[in-house]
Design a protein. Structure first.
Length: 338
C-alpha cells in the first residue's frame, strides 16, 4: 500500500485525481485506509504507474519515486533494515526479504567483485514498456535506503543502468551519485571496505522482531506457489483478543469464508483442525509462564472452561496441562519448534 500511496502523492502534485487513477486498476478507495492491503503487480500497481506516466507526460516517474521514498516507505522491511548492526547485515536482510516481499518483479543478487560489493537486479517478469521505470524505481529506491542509513557511503557509490542515458536524467542528477548508463546490468556498486560500517540505529531486539514479521509475511505472500494451509497457519497467531476467526483469516487472504473452507477441504483439512494446531503450539508455550495459572491459559486459548482445556490437552500430549507444566519445570525451558 505504501508504494501505491507514494505514486498517488506524486500524481496529485501533477494535478491528477486519485479517484481517476484508482478506477484504472479497479481498486476501491477504502483500500487506501488499509495499510496491510496488497495489490496485483501486473493488473494493479503497473496499471496505476503506466496511467500516471501517460497522463502526466512524466517519463522520470521512476526517478521521482526512488528519490522521494524513505526508509519508512518500505514498512516492516524498512524497520528491519534500520535495525541491523552493519551495512553487511543491511544488505543481507534486504537480499532475503526485499524483492520477494516488496519488488517481486526483480531478483537481487549480492556479489563481491574485487574491491566492490554489487547489488545486481535481474528481471523476474518481462517489463515491456515499463522496463526503464521499474529499473529506475528499483535501483534508486535501494540507493535511497543507503542514503538514509549510511550517508557517508553515498559519494563512493555508483549506480549502473543497462539502458542509454535518458534525456531527463540531468534533471535529477544533482540528487544522485555517479550514474553509468549502457552497462551490462542494473546494479549498485559499493566499496567493500564499508561492509562492516556500524549502523547508528542498530537494535538487536527490533531486528529480531522485524525478521519474524517478514518471515510471517513471506509465508503468506512471498512465494508464487503459495499453499493455503501454510498461509492460514501463519495468520493463526494468538493476540490480545484471541485467535482470528475464519472470516477474518479469509478476509486477510482476499477470499470468502466459503472459498477458504473449500480450499482447506480439498487438502483434507479444515479451519478448526488448523486452529487446534495453533492452540496446541501456544499452550505448550504459555504453560512455561509461571505467572499464568491453568485457568488463565485456558481463557487465553479460547476455552470456556478449564475442563474443556484439560480434555483437549490430554488428547494432544497424553497428559494434563498441570502434569506437562511440572515436567517442563524439571527439564528446564522448552524451545518450541516452528
Amino acid at each position: 500500500m505504501s508504494y501505491v500511496l507514494l505514486i498517488l502523492q506524486l500524481a496529485n502534485e501533477k494535478g491528477l485525481s486519485t479517484d481517476d487513477i484508482l478506477a484504472q486498476a479497479h481498486i476501491p478507495k477504502e483500500h487506501l485506509d488499509r495499510p496491510e492491503a496488497r495489490f496485483s503487480l501486473i493488473n494493479g500497481y503497473a496499471v496505476i504507474c503506466r496511467y500516471v506516466m501517460d497522463r502526466c507526460k512524466s517519463p522520470g516517474l521512476g526517478y521521482e519515486f526512488g528519490l522521494r521514498s524513505t526508509i519508512t516507505t518500505h514498512g516492516i522491511l524498512g524497520y528491519g533494515l534500520m535495525s541491523q548492526s552493519t551495512l553487511r547485515e543491511v544488505i543481507s536482510f534486504g537480499s532475503r526479504y526485499g524483492t520477494r516481499l516488496r519488488m517481486p518483479a526483480w531478483d537481487i543478487q549480492i556479489l563481491e567483485e574485487g574491491e566492490h560489493v554489487v547489488l545486481r537486479g535481474t528481471e523476474n517478469v518481462p517489463h515491456g514498456p515499463m522496463r526503464c521505470f521499474s529499473s529506475q524505481q528499483l535501483i534508486i529506491s535501494c540507493y535511497a535506503v543507503l542514503r538514509d542509513l549510511f550517508p557517508q557511503v553515498c559519494s563512493d557509490t555508483r549506480l549502473h543502468f543497462d539502458f542509454q542515458e535518458p534525456d531527463y536524467h540531468q534533471h535529477y542528477a544533482a540528487h544522485l551519485p555517479e550514474c553509468i548508463f549502457s552497462s551490462q546490468f542494473n546494479e549498485i556498486r559499493i566499496p567493500a571496505s564499508y561492509l562492516d560500517l556500524p549502523l547508528r540505529t542498530a537494535d538487536k531486539a527490533a531486528a529480531n522482531f522485524a525478521r519474524q514479521a517478514c518471515e510471517q509475511e513471506l509465508a503468506l505472500f512471498g512465494d508464487n506457489d503459495r499453499d493455503v494451509m501454510r498461509q492460514v497457519r501463519a495468520l493463526l497467531r494468538l493476540g490480545p483478543q484471541g485467535y482470528p476467526s475464519l472470516e477474518q483469516v479469509a478476509e486477510s487472504l482476499c477470499v470468502s469464508a466459503r472459498t477458504l473452507n473449500r480450499q482447506l477441504q480439498a487438502r483434507d483439512s479444515c479451519f478448526r483442525h488448523l486452529l487446534n494446531e495453533a492452540r496446541r503450539r501456544d499452550a505448550c508455550i504459555l504453560l512455561q509462564d509461571p505467572r499464568l495459572d491453568l485457568t488463565d491459559v485456558a481463557v487465553r486459548l479460547g476455552y470456556s472452561t478449564l475442563t474443556n482445556f484439560n480434555r483437549a490437552f490430554r488428547e494432544w500430549e497424553g497428559c494434563t496441562p498441570g502434569t506437562f507444566r511440572a515436567a517442563q519445570r524439571t527439564r528446564g525451558p522448552l524451545t518450541p519448534s516452528t
